[in-house]
Design a protein. Structure first.
Length: 275
């Protein structure tokens, strides 16, 4: 399996399919690169090079004790991009991966990047506070950590329900979707699981979003139960200079995997890549 070694000697696993202009996918939490397989095949089948990596602490990458903050994730991403010498690059990120994408641009710029796509992404800030009344209450994040520490196998199975919107009437979520989420969650280290909750709930990305100078597509379901749209993408669209927000009616958080929404997103992704 292919790995790159980071500046602090951690191994980051990645998959690399197809040929053409590169499209690099960043997964959400607690997933890994496998979450993007449908989109990887979609872009590789249509003349692009699809690349996806497992964030440190997730999947097949190293599982160190520390380093679970967005500066580190962004620098890991830079190590991957630099090692593979990727240019004319489109970055595509889901959920927590949107923070990774934003911090990468904030720290490393866009000299190698032509476009960006963020799906159900966490920027500019998740946690509720006086300056962010639309955010998610702190208790929600503390409950997530208690669930992971208490019995994470059952927690991941339970969490798959709102993640995909399986608790909504007439949903098209498959049992396979939920098992895949559970499998990837169990591949994440328990330390990464807990530390990432603190990182994605409390990190502010306002300055990073202001650094975007490339066309950006924001995609968000208006029934996202994990990363509510009003506190995230509806605010991000007001900060990013050249951005478009596409709202999927009744769309859940994990829309890139759910039948129906998945095909809709793949079509929109290809149209954006070709524009």
């Amino acid at each position: 399996m292919p790995f790159i070694t980071t500046r602090d000697n951690q191994e980051i696993y990645y998959k690399d399919w197809g040929q053409g202009d590169p499209v690099l996918f960043m997964h959400g939490w607690p997933l890994n690169a496998d979450a993007w397989d449908d989109q990887m095949k979609c872009v590789a089948d249509t003349g692009f090079r699809g690349i996806a990596h497992d964030r440190r602490g997730h999947g097949r990458s190293s599982q160190p004790w520390d380093g679970y903050d967005f500066d580190t994730f962004a620098d890991d991403l830079n190590d991957l991009i630099s090692t593979l010498d990727l240019r004319n690059l489109t970055l595509v990120a889901h959920s927590m991966g949107g923070g990774e994408l934003a911090r990468y641009i904030g720290r490393h710029g866009t000299s190698r990047v032509r476009k960006a796509v963020m799906v159900g992404a966490i920027p500019p800030l998740m946690i509720k506070g006086p300056d962010n009344p639309e955010g998610v209450p702190e208790k929600v994040f503390e409950d997530i950590k208690r669930g992971i520490l208490g019995e994470r196998s059952q927690y991941w199975m339970d969490a798959s329900e709102p993640f995909f919107g399986a608790n909504r009437p007439d949903n098209r979520v498959t049992q396979g979707n939920r098992y895949a989420f559970w499998r990837m969650g169990m591949q994440e280290s328990i330390q990464a699981g807990v530390k990432c909750v603190d990182a994605f709930s409390r990190t502010a990305f306002h300055d990073d979003l202001r650094a975007f100078d490339i066309p950006t597509l924001l995609v968000h379901g208006d029934d996202d139960q994990i990363v509510p749209i009003d506190g995230t993408s509806r605010k991000a669209i007001q900060i990013i200079p050249d951005a478009t927000l596409k709202v999927y009616e009744d769309g859940p958080h994990g829309l890139t995997l759910v039948p129906g929404y998945k095909e809709m997103f793949n079509k929109d992704l290809l149209a954006f890549l070709r524009s």
